[in-house]
Design a protein around this ligand. Sequence first.
Ligand SMILES: *Cc1c(COP(=O)(O)O)cnc(C)c1O
Length: 359
Amino acid sequence: MIPVTKPFLPPNEEYNILIQGIWERQWLTNNGPLVNELELKLKEYLNVPHMLYLNNGTIALQIAIKALGLRGEIITTPFSYVATTSSIVWEGCTPIFVDIDASTLNIDATLIEAAITDKTTAILATHVYGNPCDVDVIKVIADKYNLKVIYDAAHCFGTTYKDRSIFEYGDVSTTSFHATKLFHTIEGGAVFTKDPELLKNMAYMRNFGHNGPEDFFGVGINGKNSEFHAAMGLVNLKYIDEIRDKRKELSAYYDKKLERLSKTTPVLLEGSQFNFAYYPIVLPTEEILEKLVKVLNDNWVYPRRYFYPSLHHLNYVERQYLPVSESVSKRVLCLPLYQTLSFEEIDFISRLMLRLQNN
Ligand SMILES: *Cc1c(COP(=O)(O)O)cnc(C)c1O
C-alpha cells in the first residue's frame, strides 16, 4: 500500500537515549529541559528571534487570536485545513472568506480590500502547501486598515521568503509539528512573533496564565508540550535537511514523469524557497480526478483530496459564493510524498495516471 504520507521515524536508539534522560530526571512535562532545548535549536535552525513550542498547531492558532484580542470579523481563506476556520469560530469571531488565486491557491490579496467592513479586525491566511501568500501586499492592506495579520504556516517548516523564515511574517505566525507534517514532534505546534509584549502574553497563555504557583497573569489555556514530544523533535531535527532533500528529488522525479499529464501545479511566490512539503496537482475536472482516484485506489495507492471540501461548506459558517475555491477544491489531489517513497513507486503511480488519461 502507498499512502499519501508516512511520518518520518528516526533511528530508535537515538530517541531512546533522550528518553533515558527523562527517566533519570523524572521531569515529564511543564517546560522541561528538552522543551527548552528544542525551542533553542529551532530558533537557531530557522533563524528566528522568538518562538513558543506548543502542544499542537490548532492551539497555536487559538492562542494567536486570543493574544491579539481579536473580535468581530476575520478575513480568511476557504482553501485550508478545517482548523484555520474552526479556530476563528472557537474564539468567538466570524470568518469572512475571500476567494483564492487560481494559480497560487492562496488567498487572493487583490480581493481582500472589498471584504473589509468596520467589524474587520484581522486577516488570517494560510500559506497553502508551503507556498507563501503575497505577504508584502497583505501587509500594505493591513497597515492601511489597521488590521492584525496571522499566518497559518502549518505547511511551512523551513520555507523562506526574501531569505527570511516565513515564520517571521505577520503579527503572529503559527505552525504545526503534527506527525504528518514535514518536521514533526508527533503532536506539536508553535507561535512566532517579533513583538516582545505579545510573546509574553502568549507564554502566560500557554501555561494557564500562571504567574507563579498562586498568581495568574490573565486567562490561559493548556498549550504546553511534553518532554517526550520534544525528544522526538530534537532527534528529527538532525534529519530535516536530509528529509527535505529527498523530497525535493522525489518531487523533481514526479515533475518529469507526469510532464504529459493534463494538470496544473501551484505557482510559487517569487523570492520564496520551497520546502517540498506536498506534491499537489490540480486536474482539469472533478470527473477526471474521481477516475484517477479510483484507479489508484484499486492499485493500493491512496492520494488525498486535500483540501476538500472548500471550508465555506462547513455547517457553522455563512454561505458565500467562492467560485475559485469551490472549483479548485474539487480538482486538487495531493500525491504520495514521504522519505521512504521510492522512484519505482513514483514510476508505478505515474504509469497508472497516464494510462488512464491516454485511454
Ligand atoms: C495541520 C494543520 C493545522 C493543525 O495543526 P495540528 O497540529 O494538527 O493541530 C492547521 N492548519 C493547517 C493548514 C494544517 O495543515
